[in-house]
Design a protein around this ligand. Structure first.
Ligand SMILES: Nc1ncnc2c1ncn2[C@@H]1O[C@H](COP(=O)(O)OP(=O)(O)OP(=O)(O)O)[C@@H](O)[C@H]1O
Ligand SMILES: [Mg+2]
Length: 267
C-alpha cells in the first residue's frame, strides 16, 4: 500500500500583479518526513507556505494537505496543520506560559494550564515561563513560538525559516525539536536559507528557483548531481561554529536552561 503523501502540490502558480512568482511548482511530502524548501531571498518559499496554510489563494494548479484541497477545503486543512511564520508570533505582554494557555484555549482543549506546563518543560522554558515574553532572547522566543504551534498535535507542521537569527546552540535545539516531531510521525515542511540546516535535518531537499522546483532529492541524490569527488589532501581546520561550540561548551539544553535563568536581557 502506498500512503497518500501528507502534502501534494502540482503545477502551482501564483503572481503578485504582473510578477509571476510561482510558475508551476510540483512537490510531494511523505508522511512523517522532513522536507526542506531551499531558495534565495524572494524565490517564493513563504508564498508556497502561505498557500499551503490557506492564508493565500493560488492562481493555478493544486495544493492539498492531509488529502484536503487548500482551495475548496480550507477548514479541514487548517485543522490538520500548524504554521510557525517567518516572524515570531508571540504576544510580548503575556508571559510564555500565558501565551501557551491562550493558544490551548483558542483550540478548545481541556486543561490548558497542564498543556502549557508540559510544553514549557519540553522546550526548557520552565524557569522563564512566568516572565513576560517581551524579555526573552531571540532563541527563547523562537522556541516559544514553535511550542505554541504544536498545541493540538497538528499532523503537518510548516516552519518558515525556523532558525533565522538564532545562535548555533539555539539552532541545534530547534533541529532536535524538529527531529523529535518527525520521529513521532509529524510531517514537517520547513524553509531555510541555511544549506547546512537542510543537510543536517531534512530527509529530502527541494530547491525552488525561478518559480519552479528545479531539484528534489535526498542529500546523497543531490550530491550525485555533481561529478564524483576527487581525493585531495587538505589540513582539516575546525569551522568557526565548532570553535564557538567548543569554547562555550554547549551542545545540550542544560546549558541553555542555565542561560535562561540568568536574566531577562536580550542577546
Ligand atoms: N503580498 C505581496 N505583494 C506583492 N509582492 C509580494 C507579496 N508577497 C511576496 N511578494 C513578492 O514575491 C516574491 C516572493 O516572495 P516570498 O516572500 O515568497 O519569498 P521568500 O522565498 O520567502 O523570500 P525570503 O527568503 O526573503 O523570505 C518576492 O519578490 C516578493 O517581493
Ligand atoms: Mg520568506
Amino acid at each position: 500500500m502506498i500512503a497518500e503523501p501528507a502534502i501534494r502540490v502540482a503545477g502551482l502558480r501564483k503572481s503578485y500583479g504582473d510578477q509571476e512568482v510561482l510558475r508551476g511548482v510540483d512537490i510531494e511530502v511523505a508522511r512523517g518526513s522532513i522536507v526542506a524548501l531551499l531558495g534565495s531571498n524572494g524565490a517564493g518559499k513563504t508564498t508556497v507556505v502561505r498557500i499551503l496554510s490557506t492564508l493565500l489563494a493560488h492562481d493555478g494548479g493544486s495544493a492539498s494537505v492531509n488529502g484536503f484541497d487548500t482551495a475548496t477545503q480550507p477548514r479541514d486543512v487548517r485543522e490538520s496543520i500548524s504554521l510557525t511564520g517567518q516572524f515570531a508570533a508571540v504576544d510580548e505582554i503575556l508571559s510564555g506560559r500565558e501565551n501557551l494557555v491562550l493558544v490551548a484555549r483558542l483550540r478548545h482543549l481541556k486543561n490548558p494550564g497542564a498543556i502549557a506546563d508540559e510544553l514549557l518543560v519540553r522546550f526548557s522554558l520552565t524557569d522563564a515561563g512566568r516572565r513576560r515574553a517581551g524579555t526573552y532572547s531571540g532563541g527563547m522566543r523562537r522556541r516559544l513560538d514553535i511550542a505554541m504551534s504544536l498545541i493540538g498535535n497538528p499532523s503537518v507542521v510548516f516552519l518558515d525559516e525556523p532558525t533565522t537569527g538564532l545562535d548555533p546552540q539555539a539552532r541545534i535545539e530547534v533541529w532536535n525539536t524538529v527531529r523529535s516531531l518527525a520521529a513521532a510521525g509529524t510531517t514537517v515542511l520547513l524553509t531555510t536559507q541555511y544549506l547546512e540546516e537542510a543537510e543536517h535535518l531534512a530527509d529530502r531537499i527541494a530547491i525552488l528557483h525561478e518559480g519552479r522546483i528545479i531539484q528534489n532529492g535526498t542529500l546523497a541524490e543531490l550530491k550525485r548531481l555533481l561529478p564524483p569527488a576527487r581525493t585531495e589532501y587538505v589540513e582539516k581546520q575546525p569551522t568557526l561554529e565548532e570553535v564557538f561550540l567548543a569554547i562555550t561548551g554547549a551542545t545540550a539544553s542544560d546549558d541553555r536552561r542555565a542561560h535562561d535563568t540568568t536574566d531577562g536581557t536580550e542577546r
